[in-house]
Design a protein around this ligand. Structure first.
Ligand SMILES: *[C@@H]1O[C@H](CO)[C@@H](O)[C@H](O)[C@H]1NC(C)=O
Length: 124
């Protein structure tokens, strides 16, 4: 128990007691304990495989609404959630990594690098 508290404090700067309300398909665990103040009573424990490299964009859209008190219904208990075939899978924000999205440009560059002229051959 003490080790678990230590691990939680190390990873999330916090060790809270709460009820596990759900796990998303990426393995993030969502907890709630209404004994804490509103705004601090819902939290996520990110999946172990991300280690210390977690951020809010790893929370999928289904759970975003619950985390931000937009709804009190967790995704699995809310039948009104739309599900369409064209909906893409959630991806975290890859900005700052080598997988960052870079749009293809069709604009030719206005500034071109200078290439020094070749030195004339000197006859000796
Ligand atoms: C991704 O993160 C960058 C840097 O924090 C931010 O500027 C950008 O708006 C984010 N993109 C999305 C889609 O959230």
């Amino acid at each position: 128990m003490a080790l678990l508290v230590l691990i939680l404090c190390y990873r999330f700067d916090d060790a809270k007691l709460g009820t596990l309300v759900g796990v998303d398909k990426y393995g993030n665990k969502y907890y709630e304990n209404n004994m804490y103040f509103y705004g601090r009573n819902r939290w996520v424990e990110y999946v172990d495989k991300v280690g210390m490299d977690y951020d809010g964009s790893q929370i999928p859209a289904e759970w975003f609404g619950w985390m931000h008190y937009k709804t009190d219904l967790i995704p699995t208990k809310d039948p009104t959630r739309p599900k369409y075939s064209w909906m893409l899978d959630h991806t975290e924000n890859m900005s700052g990594t080598r997988y960052a999205y870079t749009p293809y440009t069709t604009t030719p560059p206005k500034i071109h690098p200078w290439t020094p002229p070749k030195p004339k051959a000197t006859s000796t």
